[in-house]
Design a protein around this ligand. Structure first.
Ligand code: PEP
Ligand code: MG
Length: 572
């Protein structure tokens, strides 16, 4: 038995066999062959196997996700039927006596660089598809088993160097019992998705893919951040009890379904869900969300090869708005960049993606892209209670520019006779210190604020939110962060606009009384946290909470703040 330490990304306890994912790309070595015909048949078999594998994924995507995702895989399969790709490779095998791996890699690399150099975005994104397909065929040729997270047949705890948000999106929660990764932070999008799926996860477990072997029995402790490798029976028994306790606690919270989120002295606090796709609405419903406080639309752009069209976006937004009926739905315009890379957009690699060409910066520089999304949103506003949220705002200019585009699009829709809601509130994310400090200046120009603490903490404390080595500094208990939030809330109140919070902090139970005291009107969170937060709202008095704010803001460090706040609420 051995214990390894990481950072808790999603709480809970899980047990299971390890499945270690190797992220190594197949390395192809040159070798001349003598039997040309045998090599051509080996190549043909590998292509057939790869096609069969892709067809399986396509069918699974159709069943679990949508026809659109299925079509992407169908397009991959069809690319492997391209006669030129196949005949060029066979010709290279025959003429140069190359082994199939080298021949196929040479041919696909040629196509990939041609596509990459093209002006047209559609062709540039074909390069990514081709890379994916090429890797799959090479792995078949080398007999490397590809682990498809969407088609696991036995439950396992995944151990990987890192997992991208798009990989995690595809996992089947019945089959994936937990995640252990070497990289990533607790507010990385991979961690956020794990919490939504209620799958325990640890990040920052150094060397995990080396120390942990396939088939090892693991216990994942989502309280202490430990992973126990090959535990003995007494340890297993302790954790079984702990898991029972957690399950019982979750069951007890169901009592709060249907109850109002209001303090003991009558102040309402709206508790909303953060979602990534219309598919996540089921989580919002399950945990009785009072609205959608953050729809991270960039996930519509991930995990595919081309841009979603205006019509396709419209359908997604309309689905969410209609499903939520009159409840508020805050849809955030695309926050591309940072740890949400959209490869087919061809944004050059950046030294500091979190300080780079991200979110509204990208959108305002690519107006066609931005206008398509905003038009889809305006059209969808007719079907529900839409609020538009602008991410990553640094200055007033960005707000004014966006509002001018929205105004222009409304006129366009009017001319075309397309209906849209008469009032669509436009708010901004406060997640950059500059906009927090200027919130008094920004407030009169917007209809609401939503504080994004995942980024705000990152920038206030100069701590990369996905770097496990510094994650101990990424804490919402830091008084510097709290002072800034209090200031933003005060500026919102003075301007008489509502202020919400949609970072992970908003779903952190010990902080809830403090946020109520600061005057937050809405808290939007991972749906799995809503009922625990509702319980605390209903146990809090607003007048006492205001006094708590004054006490907390006098404290000097995160440890003192955490100690005081944790002593006031029942933790699981
Ligand atoms: C945040 O920064 O707190 C936030 C909600 O946005 P995201 O996590 O998507 O960057
Ligand atoms: Mg953010």
């Amino acid at each position: 038995m051995r214990r390894e330490k990481g950072v808790v990304a999603s709480s809970g306890v899980s047990f299971g066999k390890a499945l270690v994912l190797s992220s190594a790309r197949p390395v192809v070595s040159a070798g001349l062959i003598s039997d040309v015909e045998a090599e051509c048949s080996r190549f043909a078999r590998a292509v057939e196997d790869a096609k069969a594998e892709i067809a399986q994924i396509r069918d699974r995507a159709a069943a679990k996700l949508s026809q659109h995702e299925a079509d992407i895989f169908e397009a991959h399969r069809m690319m492997l039927e391209d006669p030129q790709l196949i005949s060029d490779t066979s010709d290279a095998i025959k003429a140069q006596k190359l082994n199939a791996e080298v021949a196929f890699q040479q041919i696909t690399d040629g196509f990939i660089s041609t596509f990459r150099a093209m002006e047209d975005e559609y062709f540039r994104s074909r390069a990514i598809d081709l890379e994916d397909i090429s890797g799959r065929v090479l792995r078949k040729l080398q007999g490397v088993v590809t682990v498809e997270l969407s088609t696991l047949t036995e439950p396992a705890i995944l151990v990987a160097e890192d997992l991208t948000p798009s990989q995690v999106v595809l996992v089947d929660p019945q089959m994936v019992l937990g995640f252990v990764t070497e990289k990533g932070g607790k507010t990385s999008h991979t961690a956020i998705i794990a919490r939504m799926l209620e799958i325990p996860a640890l990040v920052g477990v150094a060397g995990a893919t080396g120390h942990i072997k396939n088939g090892d029995t693991l216990i994942l402790d989502g309280a202490t951040g430990e992973v126990v490798v090959n535990p003995d029976e007494p340890t297993l028994a302790v954790y079984r009890k702990e898991r029972e306790r957690i399950v019982a606690h979750k069951a007890a919270l169901r009592e709060f379904v249907g109850q109002e989120s209001v303090t003991l002295d009558g102040r309402p606090v709206t508790l909303e869900a953060n979602i990534r796709t219309d598919g996540d609405l089921k989580f919002a419903k399950k945990h009785d969300a009072e609205g959608v406080g953050l729809f991270r639309t960039e996930f519509l752009y991930l995990d595919r090869g081309t841009l979603p069209s205006e019509d396709e976006q419209f359908e997604h937004y309309r689905t969410v708005l209609s499903a939520m009926e009159t409840k508020p739905v805050v849809i955030r315009t695309a926050d591309i960049g940072g740890d949400k890379e959209v490869a087919y957009l061809g944004i050059p690699k950046e030294e500091n993606p979190f300080l780079g060409f991200r979110a509204i910066r990208y959108c305002l520089a690519n107006e066609t892209f931005f206008r398509a999304q905003l038009r889809a949103l305006l059209r969808a506003s007719h079907y529900g209670n839409l609020h538009i949220l602008l991410p990553f705002v640094t200055n007033l200019n960005e707000v004014l520019q966006t509002k001018a585009i929205i105004k222009d699009l409304k006129e366009e829709l009017k001319r075309e006779g397309i209906p849209f809601a008469s009032h669509i509130p436009v708010g901004i994310m406060i997640e950059i210190p500059a906009s927090a400090l200027m919130s008094d200046v920004l407030a009169p120009h917007v209809d609401f604020f939503s504080i994004g603490t995942n980024d705000l903490i990152q920038y206030v404390c100069a701590v990369d939110r996905v770097n496990p080595s510094v994650s101990y500094l990424h804490t919402p208990y830091n008084p510097a962060v709290l002072r800034l939030i209090a200031q933003v809330a005060q500026n919102a109140e003075r301007a008489k606009i509502p202020v919400a919070m949609c970072g992970e902090m908003a779903g952190t139970p010990p902080l809830i009384p403090l946020l109520i005291g600061m005057g937050l009107n809405a808290l939007s969170m991972n749906p799995a946290s809503i009922l625990a937060v509702r319980k605390i709202v209903r146990e809090t008095r607003y007048d006492e909470a205001k006094r708590l704010v004054a006490d907390v803001l006098r404290l000097s460090g995160p440890e003192e703040v955490r100690e005081l706040l944790e002593s006031r609420v029942d933790l699981v």
